[in-house]
Design a protein around this ligand. Structure first.
Ligand SMILES: N[C@@H](CCC(=O)N[C@@H](CS)C(=O)NCC(=O)O)C(=O)O
Length: 216
C-alpha cells in the first residue's frame, strides 16, 4: 500500500492529514504552498485539474474531495475510527460532515477568497463582510454540536468531525471570530490537537490554533 497526501498548511486538507496520522499508517506527506500558487502549477494541475488540496494518491489512484477521501480511508482503515461503523451514528456523522463540507467550508471561502466570486473590488469587500457574518452563525451551530460531544463529536472516539471542527474554528480567527468565545468547540479543538497522533499533523503544518487578532 502506498499513500501520498497533498496538503497545504492550515487548509482543509488538515482533515485527511490528521486522519492518516490517527490511523497510524505510513504515508508520504507532500506540502503544496497555496500562497505561492503551487496548486496552479502545470505539474499539480495534471494531478488535480481543479487546482485544490487535498489530493490522496493511493497506489496510483488519484482521489480528490474531502468526503470521498475520508470514505475511501475509512473503508481501507476501518479500525481507525475516521467515521463510525454503519448504523445511525454513521448516518448522523455523514450528515454533519456533508454540511461542514458543502456549507460551512464554502462560506469561509467567501471571506478568505472573495476573488472566487467577483472581480469587482467593492463587491469583494461586501462578500467578505457578509460571509464573515454568516460564518459566525455557522460556527455557532458547530458550538452547539460540540457542547453535545461526549467526549468527541462522533462519540467515544476522535475522528473526522473533530478534525473539521478544529479547521473551521481556526479559520474563524481569520474572519474576526475569537475561538475562545465558542468554549465547547475551542475545548474540543485543543483536546484534539493535543492527541499525540494529531499533534504530528499540527507540527508538520506548523499550525497555530488561535489566529484571532482583536481589531486595533
Ligand atoms: N470541495 C473541496 C474543497 C477543497 C478546497 O476548498 N481546497 C482549498 C483549500 S481549503 C484549496 O485548495 N484552495 C486553493 C484554490 O482554490 O486556489 C474538497 O472537499 O476537497
Amino acid at each position: 500500500m502506498s499513500l501520498k497526501l497533498y496538503f497545504a498548511p492550515g487548509a482543509c486538507s488538515f482533515v485527511p492529514h490528521s486522519m492518516l496520522e490517527l490511523a497510524g499508517v505510513e504515508f508520504e506527506p507532500a506540502s503544496v504552498k497555496l500562497h505561492k500558487g503551487e496548486q496552479r502549477s502545470a505539474e499539480y494541475l495534471a494531478l488535480n485539474p481543479r487546482g485544490q488540496v487535498p489530493v490522496l494518491v493511493d497506489d496510483g489512484q488519484v482521489i480528490t474531495q474531502i468526503v470521498a477521501i475520508l470514505l475511501h480511508l475509512d473503508a481501507k482503515l476501518p479500525q481507525a475510527g475516521i467515521l463510525p461503523a454503519p448504523g445511525p451514528a454513521r448516518t448522523r456523522a455523514l450528515q454533519t460532515l456533508a454540511w461542514m463540507n458543502n456549507t460551512v467550508h464554502p462560506t469561509f471561502t467567501h471571506v478568505f477568497m472573495p476573488e472566487k466570486f467577483t472581480d469587482d473590488e467593492a463587491a469583494k469587500q461586501a462578500i467578505r463582510a457578509y460571509g464573515a457574518q454568516s460564518y459566525r452563525g455557522l460556527l455557532g451551530e458547530i458550538e452547539a454540536l460540540a457542547a453535545q460531544a461526549s467526549p468527541w463529536m462522533m462519540g467515544e472516539r476522535p475522528g473526522a468531525l473533530d478534525a473539521y471542527t478544529l479547521t473551521l474554528l481556526r479559520w474563524g480567527g481569520y474572519a474576526g471570530i475569537d475561538p475562545t468565545g465558542l468554549p465547547a468547540a475551542w475545548d474540543l479543538a485543543q483536546r484534539f490537537a493535543a492527541l499525540p497522533a494529531v499533534a504530528r499533523a499540527v507540527e508538520r503544518e506548523r499550525l497555530q490554533l488561535n489566529v484571532y487578532k482583536p481589531a486595533a
